[in-house]
Every structure is written in structure tokens, then in C-alpha cells.
Design a protein around this ligand. Structure first.
Ligand code: NAP
Ligand code: GDD
Length: 324
């Protein structure tokens, strides 16, 4: 019998990459989407998956929709990728962020506990939980949490709830603590896509500059296609556990900008970037850098795409998209 997987957040960035991987491995994939007046299938279409993933309706804030779904589908694996994932909006929409990212996880875990306790569960945890904390400049599974945004705080709740369902009820639940990962499918409001889209527009004469916030923040950026492999591997491990997933390299936002402009032959990038206070945050996470040695040792996972390759891939994809 083919394994079945339910992926929440199927229309976002990671959902389609994970669906592609699981379908290639022979899974039947269900994708949870909330109700839309006009569904946006762009990311699924980009990977040629709009006809292969079976879309099911539900909402993380609606417990009964999740109970029903788990009762009917009883998937082998649930990958919970759905979230209000934009840190910048989480101060103004703290309640909604908490309802989706924290309570939504509780509802989903309860649905599994009640109706399908053999289902394995993956929780999309995040390096934002570390916030200000690090150990010698790095973050790993033993680093304390010091979240800096309502988003980070909402994810600390879901991290611990995931651990607690494992410890209390013996469910197979696992946290992937993923550092920033990007791709041509990244939402346009995130800084990498904003930069590569802006650079592509400047190259094609469609814009003159890019307005950004804090250029000094440092992130550990990788490619989403590599990171979904880590999610899959965590779910195949003999015992459920929690893993940090990242590249181990960190770069300032300004370095990303510089490389992206270099892709179109511009070296004096400062002339094309303006600083706009609206894009700065009430509290910043200054430095993220993963120590992902546990994932490497226990899962055999390592990222393949380098930082430079990622920037190039995203700039090229945006130029192509705009030329169309
Ligand atoms: P994304 O592109 O923002 O996708 C999130 C998806 O969740 C969207 O498709 C969204 O639907 C859906 N969603 C939001 N609220 C929902 C609700 N109430 N019910 C059902 N679905 C809902 O995020 P991503 O980059 O793919 O990230 C996937 C997950 O990993 C998220 O949980 C994120 O917090 C976490 N994470 C991401 C990163 C990263 O660097 N990308 C790093 C660490 C952790 P709509 O399409 O309707 O908006
Ligand atoms: N979005 C945005 N827009 N960020 C900017 C801008 C801008 O104009 N200018 C500077 N930045 C800085 C932010 O202040 C932040 O320090 C950094 O760029 C990255 O911002 P985002 O790309 O919005 O990502 P994030 O790091 O806040 O959050 C992402 O990664 C987390 C994992 O660490 C999201 O994908 C989260 O969902 C994820 O959990």
C-alpha cells in the first residue's frame, strides 16, 4: 500500500517542494488549503503538481475541519507547514498569528491523538525561536530560546506542544528547527525574494531602486528544495526527535543584496537601495547560524545548494518570470 501524506500549507513555498519529493517517492499526497474566493495555484503549477496533489479544504483555526480530515484520511504522515509565517506582520496580527501557529498545532495534534494515533507528525519549527540566544555564535538543539517576535513566541508554544504529545502520549512527533530557506517560490514580502524581484525589475527597466530595512541582520540561508529532504528524513527515523537544519554559514542582508546586483553586472549597489524605516522591526533577530551536526550524523542530511547558487537561481528565475 502506498504511503499517504497530508501537507498543510500546500500553496506556500515549502509545501510544493515537499509534495514533489513525496510523490517521487511513491506517496499519495493530500494538500490542505483554506477556502479562497480565487485559489492561487502558482507555486504548485511552477513544479507541475497542480493535478497530482489532491487538495482538501480546512483551516488550522477551525478544529472541527481538522478532526474530520484526519478521521477520513488517516494519513501515514502529516507535515504541518501551514502558518502565518511572516515575522514582520506578527506584531500587528499577534492574535491571528497565535491562533494559527499555536492553537492550530494543538488542534492538529489532538485530531491525530483522537483519530489516527499511528500517524507521524512533523512540526515546522524555526530558528526564530532562538532570537537573541546563541552558543558561541551558533544555534543548535541545546541552545535556549529567546524569541523576539509574536511569530517566534507562537512557534515556541507549538514546538513544546509537539514535544509534549510525544512525551505524554507516545505519538511520533518531530520538530524540524529550520533556518531560513528560500527559492524562486518564496513569498514576495520576504527579504530575499523582495531583493531578487527588485534586481530583476531594475535590470529590465521596470524599477529604479529597492526600499529595504535593516541591512545588518545576519541569516543562515539555504535552498528550500534541500530542506524538505531533511523533513522527510526526520519522519523516516526510527525514533522521533528534534533537529536543527541549516547551512552553518551566515550572511548579512547587505551581502545578499550585493551578490544579487552582481548577477546583473552592477557593483555600486548602494546607489539602488534606499532605507525605509517601515521595513525595520520593533525587535530584531541580529544573528542566526546553525550548527546542524546532529542532522548530519543521525540523518545523513547536508545542504547541496550554496549561498551563491541560491542567489543566482532566484535572480534568474525572477528575470525569466518578468520577461514572460
Ligand atoms: P509560506 O510560504 O508562508 O506558506 C505557509 C502556508 O500556510 C500558506 O500556503 C498559507 O496559506 C498557509 N496557511 C496560513 N494560515 C493558514 C490557516 N489558518 N489554515 C490553513 N493554511 C494556512 O511558508 P513557508 O516558507 O513555506 O514555510 C513553511 C513553514 O515552515 C511555516 O510554518 C513557517 O513558519 C516554517 N518555517 C519557514 C522557514 C523559511 O525560511 N521558509 C524557516 C523555518 C520555519 P495561504 O496561501 O492562504 O497564505
Ligand atoms: N521582509 C523584509 N523586508 N525583511 C527585511 C527587509 C525588508 O524590506 N529589510 C531588511 N530585512 C531583514 C529583516 O529585518 C530580517 O532581519 C531579515 O531581513 C530577514 O527577513 P525575512 O526575509 O522577512 O525573514 P525572517 O528571517 O524574518 O523570517 C523567515 O525565516 C524564519 C526562520 O528564521 C520566515 O521564513 C519565517 O517564517 C522563518 O521562521
Amino acid at each position: 500500500m502506498a504511503k499517504t501524506a497530508l501537507i498543510t500549507g500546500i500553496l506556500g513555498q515549502d509545501g510544493p517542494y515537499l509534495a514533489k519529493l513525496l510523490i517521487e517517492k511513491g506517496y499519495k499526497v493530500y494538500g490542505l488549503m483554506r477556502r479562497y474566493s480565487q485559489p492561487h495555484m502558482g507555486n504548485l503549477k511552477f513544479l507541475g503538481l497542480d493535478k497530482t496533489v489532491e487538495l482538501v479544504e480546512g483551516d488550522l483555526t477551525d478544529e472541527s475541519s481538522l478532526l474530520n480530515l484526519i478521521k477520513i484520511v488517516r494519513p501515514s504522515e502529516v507535515y504541518n507547514l501551514a502558518a502565518q509565517s511572516f515575522v514582520g506582520s506578527s506584531w500587528d496580527q499577534a492574535k491571528l498569528t497565535t491562533e494559527i501557529n499555536s492553537l492550530g498545532v494543538l488542534y492538529l495534534l489532538n485530531s491525530i491523538k483522537f483519530f489516527s494515533p499511528t500517524t507521524k507528525y512533523y512540526q515546522a519549527s524555526t530558528s526564530e525561536m532562538f532570537g537573541l540566544a546563541n552558543d558561541g555564535g551558533y544555534q543548535d538543539e541545546n541552545t535556549n530560546f529567546h524569541p523576539r517576535s509574536p511569530y517566534g513566541i507562537s512557534k515556541v508554544y507549538s514546538y513544546w506542544m509537539t514535544v509534549n504529545f510525544r512525551e505524554s502520549y507516545g505519538l511520533f512527533t518531530t520538530n524540524g528547527i529550520l533556518f531560513n530557506h528560500e527559492s524562486p517560490l518564496r513569498g514576495i514580502q520576504f527579504v530575499t525574494r523582495k531583493i531578487t524581484d527588485g534586481v530583476a525589475r531594475i535590470k529590465l527597466g521596470l524599477a529604479e531602486n529597492i526600499a529595504l530595512g535593516n541591512l545588518d541582520a545576519k541569516r543562515d540561508w539555504g535552498f528550500a528544495g534541500d530542506y524538505v529532504e531533511a523533513m522527510y528524513l526526520m519522519m523516516q527515523a526510527e525514533q522521533p526527535d528534534d533537529y536543527v537544519i541549516g547551512s552553518g554559514e551566515t550572511h548579512a542582508v547587505s551581502e545578499f543584496v550585493k551578490l544579487a546586483f552582481a548577477e546583473i553586472g552592477i557593483t555600486d549597489w548602494e546607489k539602488y537601495v534606499t532605507i525605509d524605516a517601515r521595513f525595520k522591526r520593533p525587535a530584531e533577530v541580529p544573528h542566526l547560524q546553525a550548527r546542524a551536526s546532529k542532522a548530519e550524523t543521525k540523518l545523513g542530511w547536508k545542504p547541496k545548494v550554496t549561498f551563491q547558487e541560491l542567489v543566482k537561481m532566484m535572480v534568474e528565475a525572477d528575470i525569466k518570470r518578468l520577461q514572460k
